[in-house]
Design a protein around this ligand. Structure first.
Ligand code: NCD
Length: 358
């Protein structure tokens, strides 16, 4: 696929439901646009008019701190109007179905709906029910959390540097260990798909009980039950939280034993490759999957992941919705080659300032 084959919205798909919707070109494009928004974030006024007149709604039916705040902040920084749906005080409590709730949101003239739900597949259902909306999956059950994987890739690329003009070159053959509750983790599923797409070599590290029942179709280089053996060769260590709310407690003898065998303790951190990067999507349960002091080491990029989650989500919303806005606001400063259509708009809009310019 070339950039000219990308859909009119700048991504291969109208929605972002899973990492596989993007392909390697889509991933590269999101990371490149995120880079231009990172520059905006350093300005005194970190807001741009790229999505003025657009409305983004968040529909979170499962707990969240950073993902929800991040999507809502991202939309506001793009000057979109933001509707925040609160399940606890909604008509879902009066017996309204999710489908009717979505139809109500759609009738408000919303352009994009960011959905989190405890059941895998819900964002796909929402996308089928509301064809007028761009649907973004903010985490569905055990299934996918694509923007978290994109934030992690952007974080790793930023830490490793981007030689030449290929923002993905740093991932070729990169040894990545994804450690912990793989079985119940949507982040793991999105990370594995994203790392595989960009050429990294992922090893899953988990007790047998916390691996998925089948790894068929998982594009991983290996699986290990020996954390100590795997850590030595890992350049990126991506830790996962035990998903207690999905019943993971039943799969480990005790938290103490889990930490002893699978936690990134201070002793293990001391034996990491000196250049290793430690990531965790949060929320971090200090003292369980990672020792509190280790979570605060300079090699732990947990704060960067949150900061980068914001610009990656700005990029996703912009690429899904910003197409028509380009002519109003000027084009985005795309590091990746623009599509022919976008290129024509850029020419029509004049100087290459654009979405990243206030
Ligand atoms: C993750 C999630 O919700 O899947 N958190 C997040 O979005 N940053 C990971 C987790 O909850 O463990």
């Amino acid at each position: 696929m070339t950039h000219d084959d990308l859909g009119p919205a700048g991504l291969p798909s109208r929605h972002l439901l899973a990492v596989d919707d993007l392909g390697v070109e889509g991933i590269a494009r999101v990371l490149a646009v995120a880079d231009s928004f990172a520059e905006v974030g350093r300005r005194a006024n970190p807001k741009v008019p790229a999505l003025r007149g657009r409305t983004v709604a968040t529909l979170f039916l499962e707990d969240s701190t950073r993902t929800r705040l991040s999507f809502e902040t991202a939309a506001k920084r793009l000057s979109a109007d933001v509707l925040s749906f609160s399940a606890g005080s909604s008509s879902l409590n009066k017996g309204e179905s999710l489908r009717d709730t979505v139809a109500t949101i759609e009738a408000m003239g919303v352009d994009a709906l960011v959905v989190r739900h405890r059941s895998s597949g819900t964002p796909h259902r929402v996308a089928a029910w509301a064809p007028g909306l761009a649907v973004v999956n903010a985490g569905d059950g055990w299934h996918q959390h694509p923007t978290q994987a994109l934030a992690d890739l952007y974080t790793v690329a930023g830490a490793l540097g981007r030689p030449g003009d290929d923002p993905l070159a740093c991932f070729a053959g990169l040894p990545v260990a994804v450690v912990g509750d793989v079985r119940h983790s949507r982040v793991a599923r999105s990370l594995v798909a994203a790392y595989a797409a960009v050429g990294a070599r992922v090893t899953l590290v988990a007790p047998p009980t916390l691996l998925p029942p089948s790894l068929e179709g998982w594009p991983v280089a290996g699986v290990s039950h020996d954390l100590d053996a795997t850590l030595a060769g890992a350049r990126v260590v991506s830790l996962l939280r035990l998903q207690a709310e999905r019943g993971s407690g039943a799969y480990v003898p005790s938290l103490r034993e889990y930490t002893a065998r699978w936690g990134l303790t201070a002793e293990r951190a001391a034996r990491l490759d000196p250049a290793a990067l430690v990531l965790h999507p949060g929320p971090v349960v200090r003292g369980v999957e990672v020792a509190s002091d280790v979570a605060d080491l300079p090699c732990a990029l947990i704060g960067d992941q949150v900061r980068n989650g914001l610009v990656v989500r700005m990029a996703v919303l912009f690429l899904l919705l910003g197409h028509d806005a380009v002519a109003d606001t000027g084009p985005t400063r795309l590091a990746a080659a623009p599509s022919a259509r976008r290129g024509r708009q850029e020419a029509a809009a004049g100087a290459p300032r654009g979405a990243a310019d206030a």
